[in-house]
Design a protein around this ligand. Structure first.
Ligand code: FEO
Length: 392
């Protein structure tokens, strides 16, 4: 992809990674991603904001053939998908100074062996003049590491927030053209990358209310020329109440747990509760993460394997615990062969979730009439809790 113009003397550079299917060797990327860098030219000085994943540095270097001089390289974030090519770029522009937060300085030295003498740290709110354009640095910790910041260019009312507001989406569109498609990609991104840091993001959103923004230019996915689209979505995901929804990640080895899940889904639907089941044997775990953004209740469903939950369900519980969704209620259902400690083990995995645990339903072997009656009771309890919270 060639350099693309956003505004006069403000350009998109970077790489579209169409074929990447896993991020951080963990997160599914069904739609690929992009690594966005930006060039801001003032009347006196030039700044490059971020670089690209080192696997695609050749694309960036080819774009930089047309850029003879850089005064500043801004590192918003130490993670390698943006900072991994900083060393190569600094070698190419020996006069350039690397700007970052004090905390990023340590990370860039330790993770990327960036020479200390090339780094200059910037304070929160500090400005650097490029002549007729200004870079204002906004420290925004925990989006997505503790050292992160964004840059605001007041003359053009453009915000460069790095990971914040991004989407893992490979596209030839410079700006969002299909908001429905980007909404899902951005929500997946939020769920997997940002959700654990909701309380920090809440503060960043409050601060941004006072900033006049015409364009949001994140480091992944297309740019937003209607910023309210993504700002409103984030306000809902971060601070809105949970919805009248239940997420049921499950595994079934011989069909008993699946029958229980099917019954519970139906029982919840009849009580007006929207529910989603995910068979972890084949589910894109990102879909589970998306559903966790809004759900008021999580029900883990598992057979018993060697006296405990199935490892896939254990992983889902671990992931949910790490992502810290806003769920307020949880339960466990499943079938066992002869005994076990499934409930204790799973309950011990979700300590980060501030949830009220509703009565689990476990059965020996096949579900019996009394099992289905207990599942109906669980559906009653969930519906009642949601109603009492005013979610229905
Ligand atoms: Fe896109 Fe946290 O890196």
């Amino acid at each position: 992809m060639q350099i693309r113009t956003i505004r006069d003397r403000i350009d998109w550079l970077g790489a579209i990674d169409w074929d990447q299917r896993l991020f951080d060797a963990l997160i599914p990327l069904p739609d690929g991603t992009s690594y966005n860098a930006y060039l801001v030219k003032g009347s006196e000085k030039v700044a490059l904001l971020d670089t690209v994943d080192p696997a695609m540095v050749d694309l960036l270097l080819a774009q930089l053939e047309r850029v003879p001089h850089i005064d500043y390289l801004v590192a918003h974030h130490g993670e390698q998908d943006h900072s991994g090519s900083i060393g190569v770029v600094l070698d190419r522009y020996p006069q350039a100074t690397l700007l970052c937060t004090p905390r990023a300085r340590t990370l860039l030295i330790e993770h990327l062996a960036i020479p200390e003498e090339r780094i200059h740290t910037v304070a929160d709110g500090e400005t650097v003049s490029l002549g007729d354009r200004t870079l204002q640095f906004l420290h925004m910790p925990w989006v997505h590491w503790p050292e992160t910041m964004g840059t605001y260019v007041p003359e053009e009312r453009i915000l460069f927030p790095c990971d914040l507001f991004g989407s893992h989406l490979a596209t030839t569109d410079l700006y969002v053209t299909d908001e429905g498609r980007v909404y899902e990609a951005a929500k997946r991104y939020y769920a997997e990358i940002m959700m654990p840091f909701r309380r920090h993001i809440e503060k960043h959103l409050a601060r941004l209310q006072d900033v006049a923004i015409d364009v949001i230019a994140p480091s992944h996915g297309p740019l937003y020329n209607r910023p309210a689209f993504i700002l409103d979505a984030y306000r809902d995901w971060v601070s809105g109440p949970p919805k009248n929804e239940v997420v049921i990640p499950y595994i079934s080895m011989h069909g008993s747990t699946r029958r229980m899940v099917t019954h519970l889904i139906d029982a919840l639907a009849h009580r007006g509760v929207t529910s989603y089941q995910f068979d972890l044997a084949g589910t894109d775990i990102g879909k589970v993460a998306i559903a966790l953004v809004d759900a008021a209740t999580v029900v883990l469903a598992t057979p018993t394997v060697h006296a405990g939950p199935h490892p896939e369900v254990l992983y889902a519980a671990y992931l949910a615990n790490a992502l810290r969704p806003k769920a307020e209620f949880a339960s466990i259902i499943g079938s066992y062969g002869w005994g076990g400690k499934t409930v204790e083990i799973l309950a011990g995995q979700i300590g980060n979730l501030k949830v009220e645990v509703l009565e689990p339903v476990l059965c020996l072997g096949l579900p019996k009439p009394e099992t289905y009656a207990a599942l109906d009771k669980l559906a009653d309890a969930i519906a009642a809790k949601h109603n009492a919270r005013g979610l229905a």
